[in-house]
Design a binder for this molecule. Structure first.
Ligand SMILES: Cc1cc2nc3c(=O)[nH]c(=O)nc-3n(C[C@H](O)[C@H](O)[C@H](O)COP(=O)(O)OP(=O)(O)OC[C@H]3O[C@@H](n4cnc5c(N)ncnc54)[C@H](O)[C@@H]3O)c2cc1C
Length: 466
């Protein structure tokens, strides 16, 4: 047994705002490790010679190397190690599902709790945001131009990696603010927009130009970009098209898609209305349909906007809920209520066309379906009405069709996702690459970034081969 294995420190808990206080504000819930916590947690790392944790990271951050620097209080070196692979560490340290990725493979985790790799990443990334980083290496200019469509984690990763390789990169973003779901979807209380802004500023410092209010497919097409001097185009337009349940009453007043609800609150700052001009109406009893991260974010947001009751309605059981465990627990602490094995079959309105109730049906779990999860089977005669005045539908999002429709020869699958090679992001059009949610369907930040890294390598090789 090595000296390190003898260290017996329990995983350091994340300091958080008191649930009774935080439910009344939009400030960040998780407060981040202080230096003492970070040093103690770092001391739990076995600094394995053959680290399994790296396999679990889609961008292959050299985890033991950066933790080793934390132990020596060499924070500038620690962030330099992370930044070799990850341009958005303060984002990833906050929202990555580490429990299914790096931490799942942590050797320490076989007998006790794994090292809190994500919390340590956040500690170092926040240290950089406060103290300034050491700058990253950049190759000499190549004079080659690349266009990136969409400024979510996939597009930002491609842009940063190609800029470091010396290429001239311009990002075209449809919205007025870059960041994709990081700014319009994930709420302020989980991911402060200032943190995203600072990490994007660091990417701009690499020489990346970001043009906002540019709807590719309308303002300019992919072919026009290729004809206008860009030698390659990367498409990272995400999955922003909300799915609906197609049940009666879904077009009543007071029914939102999760997308609209969260965009109004996050991007347009509806919680600061009338200071900001976009209102959002939330009633006393809110029902959110679905149980992924998006649904949990909506239910927690509704409480912060003043709802007296905020319910998650989900047709499977808690075990099958796709949201992160940590976020489900925090939602419950804040007072979000869960009606499991339940789904709406109709939304009922009042005489003025506003939601007044949801007709729900009870389910039980049957055999596993193609997703491997047990499928919900309706219980006959179990329908009942639940008094509700706001409904948020959070059952998933599909790909935005604008770019595929306006780009001849770009193949899509039956769901509308762009067909692209997994290892390179190459599409069916020469010089056009794609990655992130537009290819995989709604997934995670780090998966989108992993796809961006692979595509950046492939675009670099493509440019050199021309
Ligand atoms: C509410 C919510 C919570 C989430 N929580 C988590 C979490 O905790 N952890 C996690 O890992 N993942 C989470 N996810 C998923 C994660 O955010 C996405 O998987 C990730 O952002 C996908 O990155 P992307 O770059 O492919 O696309 P996006 O982030 O969607 O970015 C796409 C960008 O392209 C732009 N765009 C679209 N069409 C055009 C066009 N025609 N022209 C120009 N620009 C265009 C969009 O405006 C957007 O800015 C969450 C998602 C949501 C919605």
């Amino acid at each position: 047994m090595s000296l390190r294995e003898e260290v017996r420190v329990e995983r350091r808990p994340m300091p958080v705002q008191d649930p009774r206080v935080r439910v009344g504000n939009f400030d960040e819930v998780a407060l981040g490790y202080g230096e003492e916590d970070a040093l103690l947690e770092a001391s739990r790392c076995l600094l394995c010679r053959k680290p399994a944790c790296i396999q679990g990271c889609p961008v292959e951050v050299e985890i033991p190397a950066f933790i080793g620097h934390i132990l020596k209080r060499e924070y500038r070196q620690a962030i330099a190690v992370i930044k070799k692979k990850n341009n958005l560490p303060a984002v990833c340290g906050r929202v990555c599902p580490q429990e299914n990725q790096c931490e799942k493979y942590c050797v320490r985790g076989k007998k006790e709790e794994p090292v809190a790799i994500g919390r340590l990443e956040r500690f170092v990334a926040d240290w950089e945001l406060q103290n300034g980083g050491g700058g990253v290496e950049k190759a000499a200019p190549t004079g080659r131009r690349v266009a990136v469509v969409g400024s979510g984690p996939a597009g930002l990763t491609v842009a940063a990696d190609l800029a470091r390789l010396g290429h001239e990169v311009t990002v075209f973003e449809a919205l007025h603010t870059p960041g994709g779901v990081l700014v319009y979807g994930i709420p302020e209380f989980r991911l402060p927009k200032e943190v995203v802004r600072q990490e994007i500023d660091n990417i701009r410092k690499l020489g990346v130009a970001i043009k906002t209010n540019m709807v590719v497919g309308k303002t300019v097409t992919v072919d026009e970009l290729l004809d206008g001097g860009y030698e390659a185009v990367f498409i990272g337009t995400g999955a922003g098209l909300p799915y609906f349940m197609n049940i009666p009453g879904e077009n009543l007043n007071g029914v939102y898609s999760a997308n609209e609800f969260l965009t109004r609150v996050n991007l347009m700052k509806a919680y600061r209305f009338p200071e900001f001009q976009t209102p959002v109406r939330v009633g006393k009893k809110v029902a959110v349909i679905g149980a992924g991260n998006v649904a949990v974010d909506c239910a927690r947001t509704a409480l912060r906007l003043g709802a007296e009751e905020s319910w998650i309605l989900y047709r499977r059981s808690e075990k099958e809920m796709p949201a992160r465990r940590e976020e489900i627990d925090r939602a419950r602490e804040e007072g979000v209520r869960f009606s499991l094995l339940t789904a709406p079959v109709r939304i009922l309105g009042d005489e003025s066309g506003w939601v007044r109730a949801v007709k729900c049906r009870r389910f039980e779990l049957g055999e596993p379906d193609e997703s491997g999860r047990r499928s919900p089977v309706p219980v006959p005669g179990s329908d009942y009405d639940m008094e509700i005045d706001t409904v948020v539908v959070a059952i998933g999002q599909g790909p935005n069709p604008l770019v595929p429709q306006s780009t001849p020869g770009l193949e899509v699958n039956r769901k509308g996702n762009i067909v692209a090679d997994e290892a390179t992001g190459r599409t069916t059009r020469d010089g056009v690459f794609a990655g992130g949610d537009i290819v995989t369907g709604a997934a995670t930040v780090i998966q989108a970034m992993g796809a961006g890294k692979k595509a950046a390598r492939a675009i670099h090789e493509y440019l050199l081969s021309k």
